[in-house]
Design a protein around this ligand. Structure first.
Ligand SMILES: Cc1ncc(COP(=O)(O)O)c(C=O)c1O
Length: 301
């Protein structure tokens, strides 16, 4: 399993630790690195457990904006300021959840440079990295030792039920993560490990199939956005997106779900209440029906 993960990430196998999903991987980073009162800077909008987990461990959370207006790129001025006022940990995702946009190799190098200057590590959650429609960005650990990577088979491989993920880091950091794991799950499930190896061995076929599906579905969603004047978006690289809506998002989400069985996540859950998260990694007929339902909900909300 470690060899397969190492191959898909381009890092040595001894820098990989298997975990019970990316959720455990992220928790291990907190358990290994943080002490009560440590300052952790987390991207916003962002995936809620990426800051709540560290808050529960006693960290002081502050946020790094990734504004819609700049395609969910990090606010680079705020990033540069971290060099002089370093946090204990900086937390980002690539591809961005919820925006679906990427950090390229130059962006990763720029982040690493600031981390070097401030002498702090960066947790890069790469659960959506391989969901990229074009060539995925490299795993950040191949760019700099400052990165700790977390990921899993949940999103790209659709296998959340296996509870199989991983952390990757340079060896001294990995040893600390490994030690923390003795207090959480000890070892991965052997059954999940066996199925995971089988799937990752065929990952190119899985990726080809997913890319075809995502390209078709993204085109449909782009046409839908074009036709819906109350909705605008940043074209995502993947099957996750974060449109902005002129209207009451919570009401829209509840009408869409209750009347039409369409589930979108209200943006307030990601720290951006004018948005909703729209995922479309499922079969195309379901996406078409979902968009129709969402249009009806917009008329009624
Ligand atoms: C950014 C991010 N990290 C981690 C997770 C948790 O994934 P897992 O099922 O591997 O625990 C998710 C799931 O939604 C996610 O979006």
């Amino acid at each position: 399993m470690r060899a397969q993960i190492a191959r898909l990430s381009g890092v040595p196998a001894d820098q990989v630790l298997a975990t019970a999903g990316a959720s455990e991987a992220n928790l291990l980073v907190g358990l290994a690195l943080l002490e009560r009162g440590d300052r952790v800077v987390v991207e916003r909008p962002g995936y809620e457990p990426l800051w709540k987990t560290f808050q529960l461990l006693g960290a002081e959370i502050s946020f790094l904006p990734r504004p819609f207006e700049s395609g969910f790129q990090p606010d680079w001025e705020a990033v540069e300021a971290l060099g002089d006022h370093p946090p204990r940990l900086l937390v980002l995702t690539n591809l961005h959840n919820p925006g679906g946009t990427r950090l390229g190799v130059d962006d990763l190098a720029r982040l690493a440079e600031v981390a070097e200057q401030g002498d702090f590590p960066i947790l890069m959650d790469e659960i959506f990295r391989e969901a990229a429609l074009d060539e995925p960005p490299p795993s950040a650990l191949t760019v700099s030792d400052r990165f700790i990577i977390t990921s899993s088979v949940t999103k790209v491989y659709g296998l959340g039920g296996l509870r199989l993920g991983w952390c990757m880091a340079v060896l001294d950091l990995l040893a600390a993560l490994h030690q923390a794991k003795d207090f959480t799950s000890v070892a991965p499930s052997l059954l999940s490990d066996a199925v995971g190896v089988r799937v990752l061995t065929d990952r190119k076929a899985v990726r080809r199939r997913n890319q075809r599906l995502m390209a078709t579905n993204r085109r449909l969603v782009a046409e839908w956005i074009q036709a819906e004047s109350a909705v605008e978006w940043v074209l995502p690289d993947a099957n996750v997106s974060f449109p902005r809506y002129r209207g009451d998002v919570d009401r829209l989400a509840s009408v869409a779900f209750e009347e039409y069985g369409v589930l979108v996540a209200p943006g307030r859950m990601f720290g951006a209440p004018d948005h909703f998260r729209l995922c479309y990694g499922t079969d195309t007929d379901t996406v078409t029906a979902g968009l129709e339902g969402l249009s009806q909900a917009i008329r009624e909300a």
